[in-house]
Ligand binder design. Sequence first.
Ligand code: ATP
Ligand code: MG
Ligand code: MG
Length: 366
Amino acid sequence: MTNFDLNGILKNFQIEGEVAQVKLYGDGLINKTYFVETRAADAPNYILQTKNSSIFKDVPGMMDNILKVTNHLKAKVVAAGGDPLREAMTVIMSHDGEPFYKDEAGNYWTVYLFIEDTLIYEKADSPETAYAGGRGIGKFQRILSDMPGTLTDILPGFHNIRFRFKQWDEVIAKDPAGRKNSVQEEIQWIESRRDEMLCFWELVESGEIPTRVTHNDTKINNILFDKEGEVLCVIDLDTVLSSTALNDFGDAIRSYTNTGLEDDPNPENVSMDIQIFRAFTEGYLSEAKDFLTETEMKYLAFSARYITYEQVLRFLMDYIDGDNYYRTNYENHNLVRTHAQYRLLESIEQQKEAMDEIVMENCKLG
Ligand code: ATP
Ligand code: MG
Ligand code: MG
């Protein structure tokens, strides 16, 4: 592991106060995050991050997106009489006036104001936390639903099933690891649903389903709550994109409601917990029902199928490709993941009427 001169890196940023200590912080999986404690009682503390360059190829574009989003959030918070330093992330600029610092080795560093006195839930494993997570994401999307301009597409093809099918068709044609014949049944899981998934994506391509500012990493530990448990601030804005709001909803449902593991070796453990679905949906729509269009609401429950299907496809595609994308811990790991996510997809499909009903009960169509 590289030893960085963290104090030297911090000197490039417009931070207040003298740095007392810098230590590794949190359990984020993507970036390396440090907590920066300052000495003076009246100076704020900070979060320092080095961005994961194998995932993020355009950090300047990313930070430009984050500035646009946080500026809009802050303006809305101020207009509502709130505290813009606590209810939105604050990007600290470098002395060159950039929202990042690039070191000699090419690593990108960013600094944010540390938001003090918060609660973080590590898992949404009760209806109460699922409701809180739904509210957090719904509120984030609502406040940003009137943001002018567009965001740079820093992750081309993200949740775009047409793009995925292009990759899929190439991998199936090549069969690089010689595994295709052994997964004929699994390939049919994908092919039998191809048209349905493309029909949905066509609505996004035609604009019938609008694109909005979306978060794209809706895990509950990316939401800070205040000590009373109220949504305070959505963090981890690396993946904000212009996309369909339904992708945030669908991806949250895929991860929040799974009674088993994403790579559960026993698919019998896996199902979609409808109580967690109900709670997340109630929380989400308590914030989102006023800005979503009728078409978006109609496809809200479907988005859980779409995102879960995409994940089945991606695991199976990586298996056929010879395990190049997802880190695998044992042989067949990607196939185990494929089966576990497929079981979740089936469970979602089996409960689709109940899911649609819950959406209807909680939105203006109901
Ligand atoms: P992920 O695996 O979710 O992608 P990541 O590697 O992108 O994580 P972050 O989520 O940005 O990292 O940050 C890691 C942790 O640091 C957060 O879960 C949170 O606990 C803390 N954190 C980040 N930014 C702030 C902030 N501005 N104020 C307070 N805590 C923060
Ligand atoms: Mg995070
Ligand atoms: Mg992140």
